[in-house]
Design a protein around this ligand. Sequence first.
Ligand code: SAM
Length: 303
Amino acid sequence: MKVFAYKMHVNDDHLMPDDLLSQEIQAICKRYKTGPEAARAALLDAFRAQPGLIEAIHARHPAEDVTRLRAYKNAIKAARKQIYYQLRQYRREPPGDIDLAARLAAQIAAGEPDEAIRETGEKLLKTHTSTAERDSEAFYEALFELAGKPITRVIDVGCGLQPLAYPYDAASTRLYTAIDGDHAVIRTLEVFAPHLKSTEFAAIQADLARFRWDEAALSPADYDLALLLKLIPVVARQNRDILKCLAEVPAQRILITGNIEALTRYEHIRAREDKALRAFIELSGRRIAGEFETPGEFGYFLT
Ligand SMILES: C[S@@+](CC[C@H](N)C(=O)[O-])C[C@H]1O[C@@H](n2cnc3c(N)ncnc32)[C@H](O)[C@@H]1O
């Protein structure tokens, strides 16, 4: 296996002329939030998949502008598509083959110190695109400035792994309900829940397209705060009925947010995300009580 990998590497080094390859790597890295290694791998995969292209490049470059060849353009398109889909995945592969959720479970079962558990939680947060980009300290500071403290009951819809970073004790939160459609997310949060000493934590796996609030509401009271973080623009693209369901979230106040920059590209998407947030506000009939802003995220605090 090692010999094969070595051969592939030698072949790869000669697959594309250096000047062309580095020019295309730079173009991809300028446009997408990816590194040169991933760009190089996607380009080489795409060039290899175009029959005859490598030979044509070596025969005609630099005397001719080979970037104008149809097969060349197709290869660039395929490489960009590969990078785009890699970046679109909410969940990134954890570094190495360490099963971080299993490590978290073992640490909690063994009663390891909070510091060690927080460290694994931080690594897990880096495995999800939306949480990896967020500075949680700045995020919660901005939230508490708007919402005040204590916040006794919180419902976090489309939560992702963000509950791993929530400051339960500092906010005196006694009940935290987290809902997401992703099985792995909910499994990880279930593993995390016993670590919380003063907060009852409920993790619910549900598709919001078929969800009813009485599955998550406390009777007779409702939640003090609902967190709909980076969720509205995502579900607005899926199914408008989900927005109607979210508009009825049983909470006195709601924080809704969107991204300032695209997950995949160096592109400002604030105006597009804002349109989705404002359409939701109108649908909900709620009032904007404050505006939320952190370096990568913006939103509205609704009452
Ligand atoms: C962009 S991520 C945001 C995650 C988290 N709120 C944050 O800001 O870090 C969107 C989340 O919504 C969840 N989601 C999207 N559509 C859903 C649906 N129809 N039902 C349940 N969860 C959904 C995804 O699994 C994902 O965790």
